[in-house]
Ligand binder design. Structure first.
Ligand code: ATP
Length: 427
């Protein structure tokens, strides 16, 4: 990496309009005689030569006062987050700038949220997770792009090393164990030996027990949002971190690896599917207990339960060697979630079940009747169950090619009505 510090904020990862915006924010800061910096992941990604998304700015004054002054100068709007003392600046043009007050933190108890006080940029950097995330670049006009690297983050970035800033880092905030997994997997960096020892010590001594389910879940969701979440998820297993979350959560590596390989880097459906792959090889009772621990939302819980239903009721029927009609396949799969269908396909992508699932998702799930419930009512069906079951029968008939046109469907519906002794067969 040969770039001189002064050029960091002109690097290609920043769009020219973002550079202009940062310069304007720097002018506001100078007029107010306060320090202002871009920080953390933004600086890291610029130095890595990657693209930068939303901007994170730290100011050495109240974030609220700064954004109020900045929007008076440059226009746009902002939102305040009083609870965190931060602000989101929306200067227009799509970019978002998170503005925070430089702060110092102390941890009253491991895993608890820290006590926060306004501080300097040095204090703000020393509270960060890893050296590569603990850099800032000034945006003041005379100083624009000056790198503040008090913890040798640039060196670690160059050497591809993930390192905590101090020995108590994982104890202060055990979610950093999970952040380490994510950055380690994303960048393919090594973990500096002391950092790795501290990580295992912390995870092995129950540090994650002090962290709320929501915060753990939040970290898992961030892993799932990676371009390819699989390396991070596998790392959770090799570092025994699922077990640290719940002792029963000890899935077999080989099975998880096979499922994740079958899912591919991205799943078509929802982002939760790779997490479900880690739950497949454990007992349903353990799955529930993991869901409780993670304070999982309704969607994930439902998908986990659906996994159990698929395993107990559908899997064997779907894999049968007997020829299944299109309507039978539809009937077996219609109530299952997308996540479970993705997993079942990943389990054995070349197998008979996977082939049937693909037929269902690509084709059968899109088949609907030409007649509507309203059409059935006009010829004498009664609202509710009767209409519902006739529509189901019509769909089955369409799936199996027994009806093709609207007239065919009408004829079948009238025949059923006649047989059940129902109402008029008019219109
Ligand atoms: P990503 O590319 O995944 O967004 P990021 O580093 O920008 O990575 P954020 O979660 O947005 O991640 O955090 C922004 C910065 O805040 C980090 O770079 C780091 O300096 C700091 N940070 C975030 N979480 C923690 C934490 N738990 N402990 C210490 N510092 C943290």
């Amino acid at each position: 990496m040969t770039t001189e510090p002064a050029t960091i904020l002109s690097m290609s990862g920043l769009a020219p309009e973002d550079v202009r915006l940062l310069r304007k924010l720097g002018e506001t800061a100078r007029a107010r005689e306060v320090g202002a910096y871009v920080v953390g992941g933004v600086v890291r990604d610029l130095l890595l030569g990657g693209d930068v998304g939303d901007l994170d700015v730290v100011v050495e004054e109240r974030a609220q006062d700064f954004v109020e002054a900045a929007t008076r100068e440059i226009g746009g709007t902002y939102k305040l987050y009083a609870r965190f003392g931060t602000a989101l600046l929306l200067p227009g043009g799509g970019v978002k700038v998170d503005v925070a007050t430089a702060r110092s933190e102390t941890y009253a108890a491991p895993g608890a949220l820290p006590d926060v006080e306004p501080g300097t940029i040095s204090e703000d950097l020393v509270r960060r997770d890893f050296t590569l995330n603990a850099m800032a670049a000034s945006i003041l006009p005379d100083d624009f792009g000056r790198l503040v690297d008090l913890h040798h983050g640039r060196e670690d970035l160059r050497d591809g090393v993930l390192r905590v800033l101090h020995e108590g880092s994982f104890t202060d905030d055990p979610t950093r164990v999970l952040r380490a997994v994510r950055f380690h997997a994303r960048f393919g960096f090594s973990i500096e030996p002391t950092t790795e020892a501290l990580l295992h010590q912390s995870a092995g001594s129950g540090a994650l027990d002090t962290v709320s389910g929501e915060r753990i879940m939040n970290e898992l969701v961030l892993m799932l949002a990676e371009t390819d979440p699989r390396p991070a998820l596998l790392k959770l297993l090799t570092w025994n971190l699922t077990t640290a979350v719940r002792p029963c959560w000890t899935p077999g590596h080989a099975e998880v690896e096979r499922l994740l390989a079958g899912l591919g880097p991205r799943t078509d459906g929802t982002r939760m599917t790779p997490l479900l792959a880690l739950l497949v090889p454990v007992e349903p009772a353990c799955r529930e207990s993991v869901m409780d621990r993670l304070k999982a939302g309704r969607h994930l819980r439902d998908a986990v339960r659906d996994l159990g239903c698929y395993e107990s009721r559908t899997a064997a029927a779907l894999a049968t060697e007997r020829e299944l009609s299109r309507s039978e396949i539809h009937g077996l799969l219609r109530h299952h979630s997308l996540e479970v269908l993705e997993l079942a396909t990943a389990d054995n992508p070349g197998g008979r079940a996977a082939e049937r699932i693909r037929l269902y998702t690509d084709e059968l799930s899109k088949v609907s009747t030409l007649l509507t419930g309203a059409d059935l009512l006009t010829i004498g069906f009664t609202e509710g169950l009767e209409v519902g079951s006739m529509l189901d029968e019509l769909r089955r008939a369409r799936l199996d090619g027994l009806v093709a046109s609207r007239d065919d469907e009408m004829a079948l519906a009238r025949e059923r009505l006649g047989r059940s002794g129902g109402g008029e067969a008019g219109t």
